[in-house]
Design a binder for this molecule. Structure first.
Ligand code: GDP
Length: 323
């Protein structure tokens, strides 16, 4: 690993992923950090293509996120959504007025045949984001959740139903036709450090690694590979990752997280509250770092990012000594 300016590629979902992305961006040089985001939560609303996780990354890195919610733009208004409601349209998916501008631009460029990866870059540039936001695929990939009510799109389950229905099965549609983007492959192949954010391993990181060719490139990379657990004290900070782990047959603890990333990571960062799980994880051949992983403020995010880089450096040194 290049000690002075390692090239870092982060695999990230929305809220949890964006927090670590912000921490890494705060301590990196412009261009040093690439983030491969999740597109399997995307859905069309009112004729517009909405890409919630990519927008959360963009708005967070631009410093424009609504920090109370962790998604959407700060200082939003919702006049368009109110108008749509008055017209009898579904309004359960909150789309603020300024946010709608992003979706209009994205949808317009998609209709013109511009590659979704290029559109994501252009939007990020307009928001003056200095890190590279990369799509894993330009093809349509969609997470679906089977509940007692039947199959739901991810947003129907997450936003409309507020994650209440029991999860019977989770499926990723579109994989057979999905091709990895050259940008994602390059971001993985050129990285000195590959990081998996504290994102939902089933519906945020899973769909990225599932893109044919991407997971293999990740596994074959010689970079140091570290994941940050999204669990603290055996529970999620927010969202349904714990129930999803159980529904997919994983234990809802850091061993379950490690099992999601078998043969993919050298090290796992876990929270102090879960310190007792260290020996089980080490027995699986993992290097473990224990620290405070809750990121509430800018300083927490940058501190965790710095500790992550230090941990990566230690792993390189250990590997060299072992040779
Ligand atoms: P989503 O696509 O918006 O659901 O976001 P992600 O998949 O990126 O993140 C969801 C996960 O982030 C949840 O499982 C949370 O437990 C985790 N998470 C959120 N904030 C934090 C944090 O500050 N620290 C840690 N360790 N995990 C977090």
């Amino acid at each position: 690993m290049n000690r002075h300016q390692p090239r870092i590629t982060l695999l990230a979902g929305g809220v949890g992923g964006a927090k670590l992305a912000a921490g890494l961006a705060a301590i990196c040089e412009p261009g040093q950090l690439s983030i491969i985001g999740n597109v399997a939560d995307d859905q069309e609303f009112h004729g517009l293509w909405v890409s919630p996780d990519i927008d959360t990354l963009t708005y967070t890195l631009a410093g424009r996120i609504d920090s109370d919610k962790g998604w959407g733009l700060a200082n939003e208004s919702n006049r368009v959504l109110d108008g749509l409601k008055r017209l009898g349209c579904d309004s359960w998916m909150y789309l603020g007025d300024q946010d709608l501008a992003t979706h209009i631009m994205r949808s317009h460029l998609r209709q013109q045949g511009v590659r979704p990866s290029v559109i994501a870059q252009r939007i990020a540039e307009s928001f003056r984001v200095q890190s590279n936001i990369v799509l894993p695929t330009d093809d349509r990939l969609q997470t679906r959740v089977r509940t007692p009510q039947g199959w739901l799109s991810f947003q129907e389950y997450f936003v409309r139903e507020q994650c209440q229905p029991e999860i019977l099965e989770i499926q990723l549609d579109g994989l057979e036709h999905a091709t990895v983007t050259p940008e994602a492959l390059a971001a993985i192949r050129e990285a000195d450090l590959l990081v998996i954010a504290p994102s939902n391993p089933i519906v945020s990181i899973g769909p990225i690694l599932a893109v044919p060719g991407l997971g293999q490139a990740f596994a074959l990379s010689n970079a140091v590979k570290i994941a940050v657990s999204p669990l603290i004290g055996g529970a999620t900070v927010k969202g349904p990752a714990d129930r999803m782990l159980s529904a997919c047959g994983y234990s809802c603890d850091n061993v379950g997280i490690a099992d999601c990333y078998t043969d993919l990571i050298d090290g796992l960062i876990i929270d102090h509250q879960d310190q007792s799980e260290t020996s089980d994880l080490e027995q699986r051949g993992l290097n473990v770092m224990v620290t405070h992983t809750l990121m509430q403020h800018t300083a927490d995010k940058a501190r965790l990012a710095r500790e992550l880089l230090q941990f990566a450096q230690e792993l390189v040194t250990v590997e060299k000594l072992a040779c």
